[in-house]
Design a protein around this ligand. Sequence first.
Ligand code: CA
Length: 539
Amino acid sequence: MPTHHYPRAVATTCAALTLALLTSASMAAEEAASKPFDPTVQLAPYLEPIIPRPEQDKQAADKLQALKERFGRSPNVLIFLTDDMGWGDAGTYGGGIAIGAPTPTLDRMAAEGLKLTSTYSQPTCTPTRAALMTGRIPTRSGLTRPILTGEKVKVNPWADEVTAAALLSDAGYRTALSGKWHLGEQQGSWPHQTGYDEYFGILSVVSEFSQQFDERLYPDLVLRPERLAALRQISEAAITSGMKGSPLEVSKELKTIEDLGQLDQDFANFSEDFIRRTANAGKPFYLVHAFSRVHNDNYPAKGYAGKSPAGFPYKDAIVEIDDIVARLIGVLKDTGQLENTLVFFTSDNGANEDLWPDSGYQPWRGGKGTTWEGGVRVPGIVYWPGTIAAGRQSDGLFDLSDLFNTALGVAGASDRIPSERYIDGIDQTSFLLADDGQSKRDAVFMYSENNFMAVRWMEYKVHFRVFETHAPRRNLDESTVSEVGMSPWVYNLYMDPKEQASIGHSRFEWGIPQVMQRAQRHAATFVDYPRKDIGLGKP
Ligand code: CA
């Protein structure tokens, strides 16, 4: 049974097998024939195996070439990253008006673009952001869990990680992070020190600030002046900003919960200005617009209190997100960039059940913090009028680490991907752009911190470790990670989407060896590309 302590002999055998795959096309074909369940090839030792799809690659390349001739510059990439939004919050995924928060913009983008139904994040904020930006799963970069208030990591994770922003900036893009960072607050780990030409946002997370202001939720801190003063010495509540090569500046001190309510309007103002400036300068851009919403604690922006039919702050925040997406899509249109921009909308993890009623909805088991579907299956809406055919839907696998490779693929800058480190992401450009594009990803590997937990393969979810919660809605606050017994816990997500009745031994005996083979091949990558420990382990 694979664990995170893999037998070296197995790992070496797999690495050797992988190398053999590369030696010649004929050997690869022979290898493929001996593994009828495995359509993948590995193009280089540092790259994740892909399902080759040359015809759709050609179609996507032709589309990109035509765009370049039309616009005279490379396409823009705009990633909307919400915080803790559930798979089921938007109307297009079954929520919306039915659960008291209509999302007409997201629904329209999905209808006029590509709706992905199997997009996977990591279980919490920091790991997903790290994977999205570096193309590497958190157990490699060391960013395995959120960095907490005032916590100092012993090794700067950014000393030797490479972001898509850095590679695209080198390739002539203007790159920016607007909104939440949460990938290190120390000198050397600010966004404008890791590849973003411009940064405007918050280095941590909104709850780090609300705990300083909201006496109804945190009276034991807010109403205790000495404690509060001590906390404020290590946690500065502010919107900060910076330009590449310049220091960090305080743009706006945050003093009240009303200030927190305005955060996403402030971020939207920056993003609008950035898009307009960059379009005018004739440069392509890569913009990660990372909402503070809908992470707890949600306070309505001006004009949003009670605006949703539900009337709760979380639902008002969903309505605000939809409005901000509409606003920035409008800016793309105004500036003539709408048809030259890949727009990807997603969330950094599933809804946080622990915080209900300040939390979202998903039709799956579990929530944020777990590797049940509720923790890691997130919305994925891809929108590019004129390039992505309207009305597409796909259940093909997409891991948010794929956005690293895909941003570079769309930009025509894949050759800048470094080769001395393992890249878990896959270039999914042709999946997204070709009219009948299929995913090039064969499996998604799921982790909780450094624990290898589960694999999604085809419509199956195979758990080698599981989260057990000891009280309802206590996924983060009262759960343990358990080993499974002799059989992995297996769920057919088409027949059992809520992962309620394992069929591991009784109905999936045929598939377990296939998944084991993938888990072992994955484990083998750690032999040549070891993990990094930045000191986020438990005491
Ligand atoms: Ca999050």
